[in-house]
Design a protein around this ligand. Structure first.
Ligand code: PEP
Length: 254
């Protein structure tokens, strides 16, 4: 079975609205012949509404980098699922390692966010991944299983198929140090197996599992060839339209 590839950009805290506008203009030109895969860009919150307008008639979808789990209330600085839906955002990154490690988000909070997103029909990109210390002490499998199980706890099997998982080893994010192909395939196959245990084989076989961690034009093709890799979540190398377009067209020579 072939899952539709998804190439996703996480812009983190980069790009103003005007920088986003200029990027979109260049990027659309570069990917105008692409139709057989999904493309997602997650800019900062302030760019979301304008970006959705600019990309309305294109194949590029707009995602958010985070979201709170309540619909509304006294949560200063937070953005709700209703606010995302209102501006036309239907995908949200949840539990990125920078949210886990800098902003202390734990599995419980991440699980509430996943449930809230699904409740509102927003597809969560659930990020999981081990630290270097965890890998070096042989805990990778346990960490991935735990993050997955906790992140998907009490998620209805009816809606679990909307979930996208991103495996992002913490030590490979923004470091230039990519996991080896063997490490990536091993982790992705473990994730798929775990999803099978949690939600059934059919859902596991259809679930898209992205790899993230220093993906760039020079390594994306080999990563995308791996059996259980269905896409990439890209930080640094997505900030330049030419570089991200090369990643999107991963089979082509660079
Ligand atoms: C990310 O932000 O999810 C990421 C993988 O970053 P980078 O590609 O820069 O490692």
């Amino acid at each position: 079975m072939k899952r539709r590839p998804l190439l996703a950009a996480n812009w983190k805290m980069f790009k103003t609205v005007s920088e986003m506008e200029s990027y979109v203009k260049d990027f659309l030109e570069l990917v105008r012949d692409v139709s057989d895969r999904d493309i997602l860009i997650a800019p900062s919150f302030v760019s979301l509404a304008r970006m959705v307008q600019l990309l309305e008639k294109s194949i590029v979808q707009v995602g958010a980098q985070n979201m709170f789990y309540e619909d509304k209330g006294a949560y200063t600085g937070e953005i709700s699922p209703l606010m995302l839906l209102d501006v036309g955002v239907k995908t949200v990154i949840i539990g990125h390692s920078e949210r886990r490690h800098i902003f202390n988000e734990d599995d419980k909070m991440i699980n509430r966010k996943v449930i809230a997103a699904l409740h509102h029909g927003i597809a969560p990109v659930l990020c999981i991944g081990e630290t270097l210390e965890e890998r070096e002490s042989g805990k990778t499998s346990k960490v991935l299983q735990t993050q997955l199980k906790n992140g998907l706890q009490d998620v209805d099997t009816e809606v679990i198929k909307k979930v996208i998982v991103a495996y992002e080893p913490v030590w490979a994010i923004g470091t230039g140090r990519t996991a080896t192909l063997e490490q990536i395939q091993e982790a992705h196959s473990l994730v798929r197996k775990e999803v099978g245990t949690l939600a059934g084989e059919d859902i596991a076989q259809n679930m898209r599992i992205l790899y993230g961690g220093s993906v760039k034009p020079a390594n994306v093709r080999d990563i995308m060839r791996l059996e259980d890799v269905d896409g990439a979540l890209v930080g640094g190398a997505s900030l330049d339209p030419e570089s991200f377009a090369k990643i999107v067209k991963f089979e082509q020579d660079i």
